[in-house]
Design a protein around this ligand. Structure first.
Ligand code: GDP
Ligand code: MG
Length: 179
């Protein structure tokens, strides 16, 4: 891809968070490799993937960080969040507990004193299971997002529904933000 050869005009750090099993690694894999595995392995090391987008002829490079399973203990190192421009906070629409955890994740984010201008996106993932297994309504998700000043979107890493749109929104918002 020629895109990869062009020097990015801007680069942003994005971090994924949310309970274990909500689909963070699958979400990232869908966006970066456009693939999906029913059984994703727990990421062994903290790491990031790079992906470039063109927004209004500006090449934006996103450095997207995934956890290495430490989210199980809700203890991501401060360095994980340091200098993050954007946070993608996921819950699973079929898992009540993961939705309840959103509030503690938000508290966590405040504690590491992330940049006030950081863009926060709340994601209700596994939208493909909505008709059969949904327990958190779209309205509940929206309301919570409004309460914490986050953008809200429902996605599916399995089908790819709204995955690109999430990062497109993130990149556009960061791009138009004043430095
Ligand atoms: P993580 O712990 O947050 O990184 O979650 P994983 O990406 O490891 O996903 C946990 C499980 O949920 C795996 O079995 C995935 O295949 C499954 N999964 C992830 N996203 C989706 C989705 O959008 N739809 C469905 N049906 N399953 C998903
Ligand atoms: Mg994972």
């Amino acid at each position: 891809q020629f895109l990869q050869l062009r020097t990015p005009d801007r680069c942003f750090k994005i971090v994924l968070c949310g309970d274990s099993g909500v689909g963070k690694s699958s979400f990232l894999e869908r966006f970066c490799q456009n693939t999906f595995n029913e059984k994703t392995q727990v990421t062994i090391e903290i790491g990031f993937q790079m992906k470039s987008l063109v927004i209004d002829s500006t090449v934006i490079s996103l450095q997207i960080w995934d956890t290495a399973g430490q989210e199980r203990f809700r203890s991501l190192p401060h360095s994980y969040f340091r200098k993050a421009d954007g946070v993608v906070l996921l819950y699973d629409i079929t898992c009540e507990k993961s939705f309840q955890s959103v509030t503690s994740w938000l508290v966590n984010i405040q504690e590491v004193d992330i940049d006030q201008s950081a863009v926060i996106i709340l994601i209700g993932n596994k939208e493909d299971l909505a008709t059969t297994q949904r327990v958190i309504s779209t309205e509940c998700g929206k309301r919570l997002a409004e309460d914490c000043g986050a953008f809200f979107i429902e996605t599916s890493a399995k089908t790819g529904h709204n995955i690109f749109e999430t990062f497109d929104y993130m990149a556009r918002t960061l791009q138009t933000r004043e430095d």
